[in-house]
Ligand binder design. Structure first.
Ligand code: ZN
Length: 163
């Protein structure tokens, strides 16, 4: 079946920068799973998947404005430490660590610049901001979403939300 709104898609990807250097890959673990049409995925990637089906392999190159944004010089913000999520867990944040914050536009990766007890100064630019990115994509599975998934607005099961 083809990828349309209200389908759950599993796909593998390799992400490369403009120089062709690999930044991320899902091929050595589980594919990603997401509910199509809900902007749960990078929009440029999600749009490129519309109409594709299981077994399709292709590459898409996104300009920064269609991917993680143009680098903003003034995107430094002070955020309550409790709003940061990521690998530091309960330990203290340190400069250079990457954290995740929830924004009105969804999850965002940020880089810690300075850490205080309650307030952390972060660079809101994604580590991938300003980069031209190429995704090599392989569609692994496409199925109709369940009523529950449509209601929740996300995919369940392997690669999706576990709850
Ligand atoms: Zn759910």
């Amino acid at each position: 079946m083809k990828i349309t709104d209200k389908t759950v898609v599993q796909f593998h990807y390799t992400l490369k920068d403009e120089a062709g250097e690999q930044l991320e890959s899902s091929f050595d673990s589980n594919p990603l799973a997401y509910l199509h049409g809900q902007k749960n995925m990078l929009v440029g990637v999600e749009n490129s998947l519309t109409g594709k089906e299981t077994g399709d392999k292709y590459s898409i190159t996104l300009q920064p404005e269609d991917a993680y944004g143009v680098y903003q010089e003034d995107a430094v913000q002070r955020i309550p430490a409790k709003h940061l999520q990521g690998s530091a867990g309960n330990t203290k944040w340190k400069a250079g660590m990457v954290a995740v914050v929830q924004t009105e536009q969804g999850q965002r990766q940020v880089t810690v610049i300075k850490s205080g007890k309650f307030i952390v100064t972060v660079d809101m630019n994604s580590p991938l901001a300003g980069k031209v990115l190429t995704f090599d994509i392989e569609v692994v599975d496409v199925r109709a979403a369940t009523d529950e998934e449509v209601e929740h607005g996300h995919a369940h099961g392997v690669g999706g939300h576990q709850h």
